[in-house]
Design a protein around this ligand. Sequence first.
Ligand code: HEM
Length: 144
Amino acid sequence: MDDRPSLPYIDAIFRETLRYSPIAPLSVPHVAVNDDVYNGYHIPKGSLLLANLWSMAHDESRYPNPDTFLPERFLNDDGSLKPDDTEHIKFGFGRRICVGRHFADTSVWAVIAKVLAAFKFLKPLDEHGVEIPVEPVFSAGIVV
Ligand code: HEM
């Protein structure tokens, strides 16, 4: 982990992976403990609230071309990291923010760095030796 400050691109991959496809796209369901008003909407006590992290992560005004996997969006021109604006997208909000976030941050970062150091990733080849395009497929998810 001592090398982390020298490897900003690994952090950019980590941020972009969870932005591109948040593991909990609708976060974890919350319940309003009191009546509330938000942006003119009355939220009665007891309402089930889902934070749409996927929508925030694909907000074009913050993340241009949101459906493109582009770690470079988190880097300055000199390759240094921009301030992290993905914390809530990755780990949620407020009192119920992910309690495992520091452990997750450290261990996922280390896994990305080690896997990239140890393996070369290539597209599979067909019987003529031509690369087979990779089509990323994700399933919709919700945690209940
Ligand atoms: C990359 C890995 C992880 C991601 C992206 C992630 C993401 C999240 C998100 C989005 C929430 C919902 C927060 C909210 O309701 O606002 C959450 C909650 C939670 N996470 Fe994680 N998590 C990760 C790893 C972990 C790990 C490793 C642990 C435990 C060691 C953990 C334990 C929890 C717990 C207990 C909650 C519920 C907290 C509460 O409701 O008070 N998570 N996580």
